[in-house]
Design a protein around this ligand. Structure first.
Ligand code: GTP
Ligand code: MG
Length: 209
């Protein structure tokens, strides 16, 4: 897929105020500082589109972007950020889980996992929650440029081994780097295929049929 246009649409905390669910949508989520905004900018080839920061927990809103006038990309707030209160965490959970379960046009949720570290409970719990809710997901290992091929391979194997404890068939996964664009074309092809499926679904379920 060639990215011709990518623009920020709106941010909000209320899932009901998202753009009308008429275009296929892809959400990006992960622990704070995992590299969500960097990955989004890399995928869309727009440096400052999604705000990156060295301060964890900066993205607190549901951020919608429109790509090629054809699909929506959503930058969601990070989870597992230690320095927030229980009340804030519950507020986050309510907002995100409402968004994920109610959003009719959501094709796939990309769950970002830092490839440099051992499997984290917050990531496994979140992936398992999506699975139990029957929501399609893909795992994206981030920051692959930051470690050796050996460490990368063994960290990913360790994560998949953990997932295998609860998943019969593992979700699709991608290995990425926002530094050198690793994984970019694979993710964009995956989205392109999702867009095609979405269109077919709409055609097959339109009122005329
Ligand atoms: P919050 O929105 O604050 O939760 O963070 P985020 O998940 O959006 O992470 P962000 O993209 O802001 O990146 C966090 C830090 O990791 C920044 O300093 C990025 O420059 C760095 N980073 C992100 N992706 C990569 C990557 O692929 N390679 C390297 N080397 N650094 C990365
Ligand atoms: Mg961010």
């Amino acid at each position: 897929m060639i990215i011709n246009t990518a623009e920020f649409l709106l941010s909000n905390t209320n899932p009901a105020k998202c753009p009308p669910p008429v275009k296929p949508e892809y959400a990006f989520i992960g622990r704070s500082n995992v590299g969500k905004s960097s990955l989004i900018n890399m995928l869309l080839n727009r440096k400052g589109l999604a705000k990156t920061s060295s301060t964890p927990g900066k993205t607190k809103l549901i951020n919608h972007f429109e790509v090629n006038g054809e699909w929506y990309l959503v930058d969601l707030p990070g989870y597992g950020y230690a320095r927030i209160s229980k009340k804030e965490r519950e507020k986050w959970e309510g907002m995100i889980k409402t968004y994920l379960t109610k959003r009719q046009n959501l094709v796939t949720t990309f769950v970002l996992v830092d490839s440099r570290i051992e499997p984290k409970k917050a990531d496994l719990d979140f992936i398992n929650w999506l699975g139990e809710a029957g929501l399609p997901l893909a795992v994206v290992f981030t920051k692959a440029d930051k470690l050796t091929q050996n460490s990368l391979t063994s960290n990913i194997a360790a994560f998949k081994a953990k997932l295998s404890e609860t998943w019969e068939e593992l979700p699709v996964s991608f290995i990425t780097s926002a530094e050198n664009s690793m994984g970019r074309s694979d993710i964009l092809s995956f989205i392109e295929a999702g867009n095609k499926d979405f269109k077919e679904y709409l055609n097959n379920n339109s009122p005329q049929n």
